[in-house]
Every structure is written in C-alpha cells, then in structure tokens.
Design a protein around this ligand. Structure first.
Ligand code: NDP
Length: 314
C-alpha cells in the first residue's frame, strides 16, 4: 500500500558523501532509478574540509565543498533523485527494507546502499559540551575565521588535527596543539608541515582537562600526562580533531558490525550479511577513509546492487 507516508523505490541510497553520490551516479546510469537521501550534512565530511589535493582528476586541487557540489550535479545529471532528508529508523528484517525518513515517511526499498559516513568525535568534557558553538568547535574550517589574529587550542595528533592546525596557523596568531602521546598518528608529510610552521606549538603527552569560560572560551586547562603538572593556556577557541565515529546507530542489532560500529562488508565487495543491503564509504571503512576510496566503494555498492536486483528479476 502506498500513501503520503510511504513510497516504494527500487534502490535507496542513504548518505551524500563521495560514496553515496558515486553509487547514485552508477545506479542511475544502470537505470535503477536510485533515490538518495542526503542526511543532515549534504555532501558529508568533505564539506567541512579545505583543499583536497589528493583526489585524482583535480590537477590543481579543489575545495572540499566545491567537489561535493560537482558530485551532486553529476548524480542529478545522470537522473538520480536526490532529496534532502535524514534516515531516522530502519527495518532490515525483510524485503522490502523499510527506512523511515525524518521520523515520518517510510521508504520501502528492494535494495539499500548505506553510505552514512562518520561523524566527528568529542572529548566529552562537560565544559566542552557547554561551550560548543561559543568557541568550542570540531571544524576549524567552519569556525577558524571567527578567531582571526587570536590564540587557539587544537586537540589531536592525526592527519585531520595537522591539517586543521595548519589551516588555523594562517588565520590565528598561535595554535597550541595538544597531543596525548609522545608521537603523532599523522602521516610524516603532515607532521613535517606542522614542524615547519613557527606559530604552531606542539604539547606532547598533554590532555585537555577543562575548557575555561562562562559564556565563551577564555582558556584551556591542560595536564601533562607524564608529570601530572597542570597549567592554563589563555585562548579564545578550542578545536577538537580526534577522529570519527561511524553513523550506523539506526542499523544496530540488525546488521553485522564491529565493536566500534563500522558495518562489516564481505571482502572484495560492498555486500553485508543481509542480502540486498550494501555498505560503502566511511561507515564501513576505518582504515583508508579517503574520498577516493569512499567513491570506489560507492561504485562497488551500485554494481553489487545492480547484480542483486537483476538476479531477483530474472
Ligand atoms: P585518526 O584516528 O587518524 O587520529 C585521531 C587522533 O586523535 C590521534 O592522534 C589520537 O591519538 C587522537 N585522539 C583520539 N581520541 C582522543 C582523545 N580522547 N583525546 C585526545 N586525543 C585523542 O583520525 P583523523 O581524523 O586525524 O584521520 C582519519 C583518517 O583520515 C586517517 O586515515 C587519516 O590519514 C585520513 N586523513 C587524511 C588527510 C590527508 O591525507 N590530507 C587529511 C585528514 C584525514 P592516538 O594516536 O593516541 O590514538
């Protein structure tokens, strides 16, 4: 039965990062009439990054948000039905799979591609949550501008933290970078760039204990994990860049996942343990997590979905 609150589709794609849009491009070209729901952050994580230098085809580099507009345009040009909306619940127990959009509309799909990506992690300090939006941010590119000429803290020692520290170093007077161990997880090239930037100060073995300030960030209390010594850095902003969590909550208990919530795919494919449900991009990849690998896995998911749907028809 179909009414205003339910709709039958052949292939539903959830998520609008490189994985989702690439799946949509391939599926639309294969005439699967894919419907893609973009989620809360159309374009995904690349919309909060700066320059992407390592996506093949953009010889001079490209801004992340611009690249995602290109992906979306291409998916639409191929005929994908791209819609704004968030998948809020899922029932994968039988075909058609039932996905609830914005808590009201139900999409009944013959096949589903999950490409919901991952979200920024927080330290979960009370002060961090309270001052979120008032100097606390998980996106240097979005919010760095507001702290022009000022001192800021960034937490993390991965590629994201390095990239964001470098970005902030061009805007802010000093970037205090807190790394919890005595080494970074980031690639050598990113670390070298950080080392060569005079206004980034790296604090090794250091954690943030508290973000100070009532209405807005006024400083950060830090602690050396080796000596236990505490001190305060007076800064106007506190950026967190400590990695991501897969956006897989609505599928918990229904599909095979690892202990961190990454959806498990069958090696060399985008297939999950549920026939007809495929996963692509960061929601199933904690190793590579690159735009180009996400796009590649989106392509795999569309091809797997196409084979699944045509075998069903035959
Ligand atoms: P990562 O998981 O690689 O790094 C997370 C960093 O945050 C680590 O230094 C980690 O420390 C630290 N951390 C985690 N939890 C805490 C905590 N509670 N308190 C303090 N520090 C913490 O995440 P990224 O987002 O940096 O990168 C994700 C992936 O994306 C990587 O594969 C990366 O290579 C890639 N990437 C590539 C870029 C590029 O090529 N230009 C740019 C950005 C990302 P510890 O090491 O101790 O666990």
């Amino acid at each position: 039965m179909e009414n205003n609150h339910s709709e039958k589709v052949q292939l539903l794609i959830i998520g609008s990062g490189p994985a989702g849009y690439t799946a949509a491009i391939y599926a639309a070209r294969a005439n699967l009439k894919p419907v893609l729901y973009q989620g809360i952050q159309p374009g995904g994580q690349l919309t909060i990054t700066t320059e992407v230098e390592n996506y093949p085809g953009y010889a001079d580099g490209v801004q992340g948000p611009e690249m995602m507009v290109d992906f979306e345009k291409q998916a639409k040009r191929m005929g994908a039905d791209v819609r704004f909306g968030m998948a809020t619940a899922a029932d994968l127990s039988s075909v058609p799979f039932k996905i609830t959009i914005d808590e009201e509309k139900i999409i009944e799909a013959e096949a589903v591609i999950i490409s919901t990506g991952a979200s920024a992690r927080w330290l979960n300090l009370e002060s961090e949550q309270r001052l979120n939006g008032y100097g606390v941010s998980a996106c240097a590119v979005c919010d760095g501008f507001f702290f022009k000429g000022q001192e800021v803290v960034i937490v993390g020692g991965g590629d994201t933290a390095c990239e964001e520290a470098l970005y902030l170093s061009k805007i802010c007077s000093t970037v205090h970078m807190l790394v919890r161990r005595d080494e970074m997880r980031a690639s050598k090239i990113m670390q070298q760039r950080v080392d060569k930037t005079p206004n980034i100060i790296v604090y090794w073995n250091t954690e943030a204990v508290e973000v100070l300030g009532k209405q807005k960030v006024e400083g950060v209390k830090i602690k050396n994990r080796k000596s236990g010594e505490e001190s305060v850095i007076p800064v106007k902003a506190f950026f967190v860049a400590i990695g991501h969590t897969p956006n897989s909550d609505i599928f918990k208990g229904q599909i095979n996942m690892d202990e961190q919530g990454y959806i498990k795919t069958i090696n060399g494919s985008a297939k999950t343990n549920i026939e007809g449900v495929f996963a692509a991009g960061d929601v199933q990849d904690k190793t590579y997590r690159q735009a180009v690998t996400a796009a590649g896995s989106g392509c795999m998911a569309a091809l797997d979905a196409e084979r699944y749907l045509s075998a069903k028809e035959a």
